[in-house]
Design a protein around this ligand. Structure first.
Ligand code: 5GP
Length: 189
């Protein structure tokens, strides 16, 4: 997706060879026009897959996932990261290790928002080691849903997430696949 690559080169900042900052347009301040284009591109790529729900992980996945759900005309479900006093009954939880925070969190799904006949697209802002995506799969599949694929706005292809998911049989679509990066330098596949 050329528009996204150009934006990453113009406004993204590689802090080192592992962490990319895109907080001016994706995960702190958000560019709605760019997110609309991202959503339309995921919808185009997964057209014909019969997606019935888009699922994401709070919080940075929400804007691309919402625009994807809007383009596909299906609901979006947010997997929660923090325990809530109102979210108690009928929930599934799994522990996930966070790459950027170097800490574990409990990913939570309220089961009523996923049905056994659902065909689900997982959308997230970044794919790194795949911990968040595999955490989502551990919640969605026991709920009976079929996960059709994973869409990542940005994937650092030098980390194992995308290949781990593909080896496990999932379709993975990446809008901006990064081959390598170093402080101040970003190279796409
Ligand atoms: P994974 O679970 O695949 O190891 O990491 C993906 C999650 O970690 C994403 O939801 C994203 O929020 C965060 N993440 C991973 N790498 C980066 C990065 O380079 N920059 C930012 N901003 N977030 C990242």
């Amino acid at each position: 997706m050329e528009e996204l690559r150009r934006r990453i080169l113009a406004d993204g900042r590689a802090l080192d060879d592992r962490v990319l900052l895109v907080d001016s347009f994706l995960n702190h301040q958000v560019d709605p026009e760019l997110m609309r284009a991202v959503g339309e591109e995921f919808a185009r790529r997964f057209d014909g897959e019969g997606i019935t729900r888009v699922v994401t992980i709070e919080s940075s996945g929400i804007s691309p996932a919402l625009m994807t759900a809007l383009a596909l005309k299906v609901p979006m479900v947010i997997l929660k990261k923090s325990a809530s006093r109102v979210l108690q009954d009928g929930i599934l939880q799994t522990d996930v290790y966070s790459f950027t925070k170097n800490a574990r969190y409990k990913l939570t799904l309220k089961c009523e928002f996923v049905h056994p006949d659902d065909r689900i697209l997982i959308v997230d802002d970044f794919l790194a080691n795949g911990e968040a995506a595999f955490g989502a799969l551990r919640l969605l599949e026991p709920a009976g849903a079929k996960v059709v694929g994973v869409g990542a706005v940005i994937a650092k292809m030098f980390q194992p997430g995308a290949s781990r998911l593909r080896e496990a049989g999932y379709r993975v679509e990446v809008l901006a696949p990064i081959r390598r990066m170093s402080a101040g330098k970003i190279e796409f596949e």
